[in-house]
Write a protein that binds this ligand. Structure first.
Ligand SMILES: NC(=O)c1ccc[n+]([C@@H]2O[C@H](COP(=O)([O-])OP(=O)(O)OC[C@H]3O[C@@H](n4cnc5c(N)ncnc54)[C@H](OP(=O)(O)O)[C@@H]3O)[C@@H](O)[C@H]2O)c1
Length: 327
């Protein structure tokens, strides 16, 4: 089988493929035939080492000084090829997370049956299953758990059509908020389709406030830009934040009766299940953007590096239908 690997920190050309035997599931594990996997902003950052100011050293201490010692691929959708002793069925469609240590960018995958793995809902394609969790988990946790977005509140999503922003617009609207958005002009129609009622070009300026919650996807508005737009008791969510902004929000979250929120979201099974419930309630369906063959993984990384992608980039794996001998 084909397995992707990061060779060093750098551009998309630093991705290599190895041939490896299909893994044999251990006790308690299942074998998944991977059909599709997203190439996320997180994958691009782990590969390039390019992260917001102040976080580079911390990241390299965590995952490797000279090269990323994690495997490419944060999430996947596929089929159970060997259920082991689990209650999954052979051939059952599933989707799940390998998490930031990665490993989903390969043809076959073993993982614990009781891990971050769920049946793929009827009506979702493998591509949608692959795209499902990245932006959705982030948007749901920050809007619901951290900011406590309430029905009738006014939400501004800055950068509304990528993985996180596209999910935030849908979930915000589903929660009963009035949603305004910023996007580049080519994406204004998409932002409206996702649920925004007012859309402006972020290069010109945000829509007129006030807003109860501002979700700033790329952190470009920041506290200085958000402050005049925030209502009393308003919350600013910086999805992308540098070290100073993170420390500032931890040590000094309340400012003029408003609150600044930063951090990372938890990718737990219960959070995944909640997102599935939001989908079933009609509140969220991921938007699939470019779909490329797995062999074009480097090209997919090049697109993810831009931070201007509509929705989610997905790579699809080719299989001939048979289950090969395992290692
Ligand atoms: N805190 C966390 O736990 C967490 C979790 C996930 C992701 N993130 C971070 O969130 C960021 C976005 O991830 P993503 O997957 O959503 O990326 P993405 O799919 O590439 O989307 C980026 C979005 O930002 C917009 N944008 C680009 N430049 C902008 C600017 N100057 N001002 C306003 N908007 C701008 C883009 O709009 P146009 O395409 O219209 O230009 C696009 O909608 C990344 O930095 C990622 O590392 C953080």
């Amino acid at each position: 089988m084909k397995v992707a690997r990061y060779t060093t920190y750098g551009g998309p050309e630093t991705i290599a493929f190895d041939d490896a035997p299909v893994p044999r599931p251990l006790d308690g594990q299942v074998l998944v035939r991977v059909r599709a996997a997203p190439v996320t902003a997180g994958d691009a950052r782990l590969r390039s080492g390019v992260v917001p100011r102040g976080l580079g050293v911390l990241m390299r201490l965590a995952i490797g000084l000279r090269r990323p010692r994690v495997a490419p691929g944060w999430a996947f959708a596929g089929e159970i090829a060997d259920p082991g002793t689990s209650s999954f069925r052979q051939g059952q469609r599933v989707f799940g997370l390998t998490g930031f240590k990665g490993g989903a960018h390969r043809d076959w995958l073993t993982l614990p049956a009781d891990g971050r793995l769920l049946p793929l809902r009827k009506g979702l394609s493998f591509e949608q299953g692959a795209a499902f969790f990245f932006g959705g988990l982030t948007a749901a946790e920050f809007l619901i758990d951290r900011a406590g977005l309430a029905p009738g509140e006014r939400l501004l999503v800055c950068g509304a059509t990528g993985a996180v922003g596209g999910a935030a617009v849908q979930i915000g609207r589903h929660l009963g908020a009035r949603v305004a958005a910023t996007a580049s002009p080519a994406n204004h129609d998409l932002a409206r389709q996702l649920g925004a009622t007012v859309v402006t070009d972020y290069r010109i300026g945000p829509p007129e406030g006030p807003f109860d919650v501002i979700l700033d996807v790329m952190g470009k508005l920041g506290w200085p830009g958000a402050r005049p737009l925030l209502a009393p008791k308003g919350r600013l969510i910086l999805i992308t934040a540098d070290l100073a902004q993170m420390l500032g929000s931890a040590l000094h979250p309340r400012r003029d009766g408003r609150r600044v929120i930063t951090g990372t979201n938890a990718d737990t099974l219960s959070a995944m299940q909640r997102l599935v419930d939001l989908h079933l309630a009609g509140g969220y369906t991921p938007r699939v953007g470019p779909v490329l063959p797995f062999a074009d993984l480097a090209r997919a990384h090049g697109l993810a590096d831009s931070f201007h992608k509509p929705g989610n980039i997905v790579v699809v794996m080719q299989h001939d239908g048979s289950i090969p001998e395992t290692a």
